[in-house]
Ligand binder design. Structure first.
Ligand SMILES: Cc1ncc(C[n+]2csc(CCOP(=O)(O)OP(=O)(O)O)c2C)c(N)n1
Length: 247
């Protein structure tokens, strides 16, 4: 029999609590595949957020620290500075990273901390039941914007890759999407490059992943994947925003 899929060793053997079609599980798998391929399991420390991924320390088979909401880059900074030989990544949703944690996000980038930030942008607060996030698209219906997000009263979405591109300390920034197989393969490549940038150059990397939240978008998993490829990729263009690796 041919093996067509093998669970990465760094992903624990328990069932996810995520909803069907949620992007978190795919992103977990990609991170764990990269950890396996780089053979860094024994020296990787995950800093996990408050949000749907709050219990991801149960899924990552490496050391992990739970941080307060939005504070993951600050916690990751402390860990990396105390233990520079470790590989430290923060894993954060858009509410965590771009609302309550905006200051930590921007200042960790400005300091050029030698960490890897994995940003799961599903344009909504998933865990708390679907409130508007800073990344919710104009017109997006959420629990707190039942008539659709109106930029006139609720502001415009924050484009974190574009914002952080203006910050000098960053070394590598890329936005990818978790919808099609080619996009998911590209996301894994970006995650690997970000981990390697930390290991080889001590550089700060930021990887944004456009992800689905079918439950709170009130869509089927298939419709949600299609929304990523259409509406989300249009508003949040994919690509490399900064690549100063090796400079
Ligand atoms: C200090 C604090 N404020 C608010 C909350 C409530 N809260 C929990 S998760 C969350 C937002 C989660 O959204 P996101 O970061 O986008 O992650 P997702 O659940 O969508 O993966 C909020 C506001 C909290 N736990 N702690």
């Amino acid at each position: 029999m041919n093996t067509i899929y093998e669970k990465p060793r760094s992903l624990s053997d328990v069932n996810f609590h995520y909803c069907p079609g949620c992007g978190h599980g795919v992103v977990h798998r990609l991170i764990c595949e990269v950890i396996d391929e780089l053979n860094i399991n024994d020296k990787t420390i995950a800093v996990v957020p408050v949000g749907c991924a709050v219990m991801s320390y149960d899924y990552f088979e490496c050391d992990a620290v739970e941080s307060a909401h939005g504070r993951a880059p600050a916690v990751a900074t402390g860990i990396k500075r105390c233990m520079p030989d470790k590989v430290v990544f923060s894993y954060q949703g858009d509410g965590d990273l771009a609302a309550i944690g905006t200051a930590e996000t921007i200042h960790a980038a400005a300091r050029g901390e030698a960490i890897t930030v994995i940003f799961v942008n599903n344009t909504i607060y998933g865990m708390t039941g679907g409130q508007m996030a800073p990344t919710s698209l104009p017109g997006q219906v959420t629990q707190t914007t039942p008539c659709g997000r109106d930029p006139y009263t609720q502001g415009y979405p924050l484009k974190m890759c574009e914002i952080l591109s203006q910050v000098q300390g960053v070394s590598y920034i890329e936005r990818c999407a978790i919808d099609t197989v080619p996009h998911i393969n590209a996301a894994k490549k970006a995650i690997k490059k970000a981990f390697l940038n930390q290991i080889e150059n001590g550089g700060y990397s930021f990887i944004e992943l456009l992800c689905s939240c079918p439950t709170n978008w009130k869509m089927t998993p298939k419709q949600a994947k299609e929304r990523i490829g259409s509406e989300m990729c249009e508003y949040y263009p994919l690509g490399v925003f900064v690549d100063k690796i090796g400079e």
